[in-house]
Design a protein around this ligand. Structure first.
Ligand SMILES: Cc1cc2nc3c(=O)[nH]c(=O)nc-3n(C[C@H](O)[C@H](O)[C@H](O)COP(=O)(O)OP(=O)(O)OC[C@H]3O[C@@H](n4cnc5c(N)ncnc54)[C@H](O)[C@@H]3O)c2cc1C
Length: 469
């Protein structure tokens, strides 16, 4: 590194009291959270044109969020065109940890996260890192992140996330059943495991404090229960919580492929190109423009994950979207009694393992490095080795299985689901960060429902694109 990690921290505005250094003077502060929960606050300043059966919709993006929107639009009688390049391993929807994590109702950033930021960045084994070349670019995002770590904001986000997450599992089961993909969903819940009391107390004093306030379903396991559930788990893990209503997806990339194939079987048209811009006329979007054609439609949805920022900007919304890069490797799975049965989050490793048939996926990484820098697989390779000693069900790494993907992340950990503030027929569904697999199906349901309504549901105000303006 050409600059020390300490300087990097200060430059990026991370750490207690560092918000001002990181450019609070240059970024717009988040609006007070209360605004999103007042009656009527969901009514956007600028009304959209409600959709009606038979209208056409152009959906920009080919990840799970886009495809879930496509399926719900088809259900309601819209004519659907999906536009995205053909890049099977490219979307985050391909390579995520596969956890339907409906119990993760607290946002990533809390007062304790903020306080721990510097030590996390200084620990080379912690997945949080900032590429030096990207430090200046990410600084305004980190400043907003720091502001969203206040107690009040965290509580508002937890409330908003718990509302949407409580509907997320059912929404997946509904779409999966329609598409004949139900066998991809593992309903066995997911575990968070801790080595020793101190690690567990950290969790109870931080994340759990908020999730309990919104009655997130959670079970505390004693040692016998934990061993019975996961006989292969290392005995070093002494404490655990179970998220019983969560689950996982067996190979999310295959799940995506099946849902997309189902959408096409229902009449969706798939165009394999990048959308470069939009053709606009007054307050109406007329077409999505690619290198070769103009794709006309009555309505437009931007759902291009981490690549959505410039597209949303063309449609009137300046969203502080960036990416937290993450990694996975695949390992061999054991198939006997010691096999991994469900997703596990290892708090000491800050890594997940998820059973995916005869393989296990190990994931980690929270790297600020933008969309173009080359991947660095060294950390995930080390984590794979550690994970293999944490659970007997995790075997040898499968050579060449390393993957990097781009979480579409906004600073307050809430996705952007709603209507354009400037164009009457444009809509947004992106920014799902760490929980985009989990929230994809319910996002499609809520956004399409909202497109048909005169005004959005009040709860959607917490996810409005206008909250940053
Ligand atoms: C390592 C890792 C682990 C994760 N684990 C989990 C987990 O366990 N549970 C969970 O819920 N979430 C998890 N996530 C987050 C989740 O994967 C993402 O939030 C989610 O996949 C985002 O879906 P998306 O459809 O918005 O974006 P993506 O899946 O990234 O799809 C974006 C799409 O837009 C297309 N696109 C880009 N530019 C254009 C353009 N100009 N025109 C047209 N199309 C374009 C891309 O080709 C792609 O098809 C994880 C992410 C990572 C990286």
């Amino acid at each position: 590194l050409s600059i020390s990690r300490r300087n990097l921290l200060i430059g990026a505005g991370v750490g207690v009291g560092a918000v001002a250094i990181g450019g609070a003077a240059t970024v717009t502060l988040l609006r007070p959270h209360e605004v999103y929960w007042k009656d009527g606050a969901a009514t956007p300043k600028f009304p959209h044109i409600p959709a009606k059966p038979g209208d056409s919709v152009v959906i920009v993006g080919g990840g799970l969020v886009a495809i879930a929107n496509a399926l719900h639009a088809l259900k309601r009688g819209l004519k659907v065109t999906i536009v995205a390049p053909n890049s099977q391993r490219g979307p985050a929807s391909f390579g995520n940890a596969g956890v339907i994590a409906i119990g993760d109702t607290a946002p990533l950033g809390t007062p304790m996260t903020l306080a721990g930021g510097p030590s996390m960045l200084l620990d080379p084994e912690h997945p949080l890192s900032i590429r030096p070349a990207y430090a200046a670019q990410i600084a305004p995002w980190l400043s907003r992140f720091a502001l969203a770590c206040s107690e009040d904001y965290v509580r508002a986000s937890t409330k908003a996330l718990s509302w949407i997450l409580s509907q997320a599992t059912d929404a997946h089961f509904e779409l999966a059943a329609d598409a004949g993909a139900s066998d991809r969903l593992n309903p066995l819940g997911y575990l968070k495991v801790f080595k020793g009391e101190a690690a567990f107390n950290h969790f109870t004093n931080d994340e759990l404090k908020y999730t309990r306030e919104v009655n997130t379903p959670i079970e505390f396991l004693n040692d016998a229960q934990l061993r019975e559930m996961e006989p292969g788990l290392s005995k070093e893990y002494t404490h655990a919580v179970m998220h019983p209503k969560s689950g996982s997806v067996h190979l999310p990339g295959e799940y995506l492929r099946q849902l997309e194939a189902y959408a096409i079987s229902l009449g969706a048209v798939r165009i394999e190109e990048d959308v470069k811009t939009f053709k606009r006329n007054g307050q109406i979007v007329e077409a999505a423009v690619t290198a070769t054609q103009e794709i006309k439609g009555d309505h437009f949805i931007v759902a291009a994950g981490a690549w959505s920022k410039p597209l949303a900007a063309e449609l009137g919304a300046d969203i502080p979207l960036d990416t937290e890069r993450g990694y996975h490797v695949m390992t061999q799975a054991r198939e006997d009694d010691l096999r991994l049965r469900r997703s596990i989050y290892y708090s000491d490793l800050v890594a997940y393992s998820t059973p995916m048939g005869d393989q296990v996926r190990v994931t980690t990484g929270l790297e600020f490095g933008g969309l173009t820098a080359a991947p660095d697989y060294s950390l995930i390779n080390r984590k794979a080795i550690h994970a293999a000693t944490s659970h007997a069900g995790i075997g040898e790494k499968i050579e060449g299985s390393e993957w990097m993907g781009f979480r579409p992340s906004v600073p307050d950990h809430r996705p952007v689901i709603g209507h354009s503030p400037e164009f009457a027929n444009a809509h947004f569904a992106f920014g799902h960060g760490h929980l985009g697999l989990t929230m994809s199906a319910i996002t499609g349901k809520l956004l399409v429902e909202s497109m048909f309504a005169q005004t959005p549901r009040p709860e959607l105000a917490a996810f409005s694109p206008e909250r940053f303006s």
